[in-house]
Design a protein around this ligand. Structure first.
Ligand code: HDE
Length: 725
């Protein structure tokens, strides 16, 4: 008999072999496909060979087109129907394939195969998105990011459809259309696109105080990530884990990026939107193509059933997070994204996520937002994908076989066999038959319910100020300053003074000094009083006084996990380093610095006065990645200028290099120069700040790596503000 260790080894080897076979098959399929395309004749959709796809059938060379032209009609009709309705929210998205691996079994809490089998490599498809903008809108909008993961598990598909913030704007699904109508472009003029900075949104938020917590996160740097690969993800709702004994534990799901959580500044976001509105999509694509596979660890906050009421807030309220200080996150596995989609429409556009896609070992709670989502997503797929058969689209197909008595419908792709499509039957031997729970069937957790049927909000959901205040208190000074700036920008775009004043009063309930700062920027006073009731997200027959948020409580001074100041700063992998050169740059400076940066996983981008190639002082040609006229400083994480007098003199002639460096300084990025490179710095504002800890002149490459890994030198913020670019 094989020992357990040998058995595990054998299973692992078999899994590896299977994986490698799969990969070989994929490559072969691709080759076959390419060969077919190469050798293929163009045909109609009915297989007719085509001899002309450039001219329609006409009565004479210059004559009118004939109705008879079935070739024209087929081509044009298909084209006319190429678009499907974009998602009502999360329309702008980017996806990638990958896999999930479990570090250790948590069978004590869950019986799900994905949480108990450490030998599995579960395939996943992930789609990141913004919420408010249309499909073609900029990646850098100030917005929540969607973080939706489809796990193709051996027990069926599980979708964890989350965001990059741990809480949501509203507590009840009934309010979702109001929230979205308020944030979307205003209906009379369809302005503004992909932006929350307008009257209708703040009209809504200032009367819906439950929105404040998610809202202050949107004012923070979390809403302008540097990369999808540098965002956390959250399932938001409290779910349940169910073990083999049928016992339930509450759980919150977290994704922790291996590269840490990093953002850009608002000034960069605005400029990136112009310079490269696909910035996040390109970044994800390029990293995967370069073999720098993005990774997140999956973490769980687990709460025993018995502790449900031990918190200062209600676990069913999706506008509340469980501080990591209170319940630490237990890391149980890792997700790696290692393959770009082959076709954007077929995969990223057609993927259909449903919070109702769940597997045995995981279950829902009564969170009223989650409950509404369980209805909404199936409904939305019907209108978007147009058929109840959307699960047959390749990207949506489970990896396990499916059998049931559902039949027909638009675009049925299967040809079901046999005489029966009902249950029970005897004509098909009772098939497909039912399974027991012990055989892996899903059964809902048997939760006791003894309640009145009632349309109201639980009073335990009414604390709207304590957690936004906890978030604000937990942030570093630079993060708090960014929040004040964001509120000032957003409210400054509102035309109604009463909306601004109501928001200022509400922000003062979170933090008075924050409200004062914003008020200064707006030129409006924080009102001492406000007309009651402030919270109007209640029913007309409700006792209004019961639903007004009480004053904030301080049940925890700070939760360090909420601040990006406490994230990881241990890597420069995939950081984009702009190297500014012209003919005659010093090869020895260049090589010394870039060899080290490349070794550490950074991407070197040569930027020169022109495209094509550039010669170093050793006479070698180097490919230029971008001519200065075609690129912008905001697209890079750090700047390096090697020596070489001839090169530096040329760079000084093109003023855009000066702007490039000034902007990098303004955005608190690391800047290094060697030898004559310093002469170029002397033409910029950096000249005045050479003692800055992230400005390195003639320092070694190790020191440069260290400051880049810190992401930004936020200590520079005050000086940076003085830079007039
Ligand atoms: Fe969604 N949401 N949502 N949402 N959501 C959609 O479904 C909806 C909510 C989230 O990349 C839609 O397929 C309602 C919370 C993501 O394809 C739609 C409510 C969270 C995505 C919909 C919520 C999310 C969606 C639009 C309140 C974080 C993109 C297209 C009850 C936990 C998935 C679609 C993708 C997409 C409805 C609230 C995240 C209209 C009614 C809370 C990441 O069905």
């Amino acid at each position: 008999m094989l020992a357990v260790k040998d058995l595990t080894l054998k299973t692992k080897t078999m899994a590896k072999r299977k994986e490698s076979k799969k990969r070989t098959k994929k490559v072969e399929d691709l080759k076959k496909f390419e060969k077919n395309i190469k050798d293929s004749d163009m045909t109609t959709n009915q297989g007719l060979k085509v001899n002309d796809t450039n001219n329609s059938l006409k009565a004479g060379e210059r004559g009118s087109t004939l109705l008879e032209d079935f070739l024209l009609r087929e081509k044009i009709t298909h084209f006319d129907h190429e678009r499907i309705p974009e998602r009502i929210v999360h329309a702008r998205g980017s996806g990638a394939h990958g896999y999930f691996e479990l570090y250790e079994s948590i069978e004590e809490f869950s019986k799900a195969g994905i949480f108990t089998d450490t030998n599995r490599k579960t395939p996943v498809f992930v789609r990141f998105s913004t919420v408010a903008g249309s499909k073609g809108s900029t990646d850098l909008a100030r917005d929540v990011r969607g973080f939706a993961v489809k796990f193709y598990t051996d027990e069926g598909t599980w979708d964890l459809v989350g965001n990059n913030m741990p809480i949501f704007f509203i507590q009840d699904a009934m309010k979702f259309p109001d929230l979205i109508h308020a944030v979307k472009p205003e209906p009379n003029n369809e302005i503004p696109q992909a932006a929350s900075a307008h009257d209708t949104f703040y009209d809504f938020v200032s009367r819906t105080t439950e929105a404040l917590h998610n809202h202050i996160w949107v004012m923070s740097d979390r809403a302008i990530p540097r990369s999808f690969r540098m965002m956390e993800g959250f399932g938001i709702h409290t779910f349940r884990l169910i073990n083999n004994k049928g016992e339930s534990h509450f759980v919150k799901f977290h994704w922790k990026p291996k590269l840490g959580v990093h953002s850009v500044t608002w000034d960069e976001a605005v400029k990136i939107s112009g310079a490269d509105s696909d910035f996040h999509r390109r970044d994800l694509w390029d990293a995967i193509e370069a073999g720098q596979f993005p990774e997140w660890e999956l973490g769980l906050q687990i709460v025993p059933e018995a502790d449900e009421h031990k918190f200062e807030f209600d676990l069913l309220d999706p506008t509340k997070l469980i501080p990591e200080e209170t319940v630490p996150v237990k890391i149980i596995g890792k997700m790696t994204l290692n393959r770009n989609p082959e076709n954007f429409f077929a995969e990223t556009e057609q993927v259909a996520f449903l919070p109702g896609h769940i597997v045995p070992g995981i279950d829902f709670t009564n969170d009223p937002l989650l409950q509404g989502r369980l209805f909404s997503y199936r409904d939305t797929q019907l209108s978007r994908l147009g058929s109840p058969n959307f699960h047959q689209i390749p990207i949506n197909r489970p990896v396990v076989e499916t059998h049931n008595n559902q039949r027909d419908g638009h675009m049925q792709m299967e040809i079901p066999k046999g005489q029966t499509a009902y249950f029970p039957n005897s004509l098909s031997g009772g098939c497909p038959h039912l399974s027991k729970m012990s055989e892996g069937a899903f059964t809902s957790y048997e939760e006791r319910i003894d309640a009145k049927k009632i349309r109201t909000r639980s009073e335990s959901f009414s604390d709207h100020y304590s957690q936004p205040a906890l978030f604000y208190r937990s942030l570093a000074d630079w993060e708090q300053q960014h929040i004040a700036d964001a509120y000032t920008f957003e409210l400054g775009k509102c035309n109604h003074k009463d909306i601004q004043e109501r928001m200022l009063w509400i922000i003062a309930q979170i933090d008075e000094s924050l409200s004062e700062k914003v008020a200064d920027g707006l030129g409006v006073k924080v009102p001492k009083k406000i007309e009651k009731p402030v919270n109007q997200a209640i029913g007309a027959d409700a006792d209004v006084s019961k639903f007004q948020p009480p004053k904030k409580k301080v049940y925890l001074e700070k939760d360090p996990a909420l601040s990006q100041d406490n994230t990881k700063f241990d890597s420069i992998v995939t950081r984009q380093i702009a190297v500014l050169v012209s003919d005659g740059f010093s090869m020895s400076d260049f090589k010394k610095m870039t060899d080290k940066l490349k070794n550490e996983g950074a991407m070197i981008k040569i930027i020169a006065p022109h495209g094509g190639t550039i010669k170093c002082d050793k006479g070698m040609e180097h490919k230029v990645d971008a001519a200065i006229a075609t690129t912008e400083s905001v697209l890079y994480d750090a700047v390096y200028i090697p020596g070489g007098k001839k090169s530096v003199d040329k760079l000084r002639e093109k003023k855009k290099f000066i702007k490039f460096i000034n902007e990098a300084f303004k955005h608190c990025k690391a800047i290094a120069a060697d030898n004559e490179g310093e002469i170029l710095l002397d033409e910029t504002y950096v000249k005045e700040y050479k003692d800055d800890e992230a400005v390195l002149i003639n320092k070694d490459s190790k020191a440069f790596v260290k400051v880049i890994s810190k992401h930004r030198n936020w200590n520079r913020m005050q000086n940076a503000e003085k830079i007039p670019v």
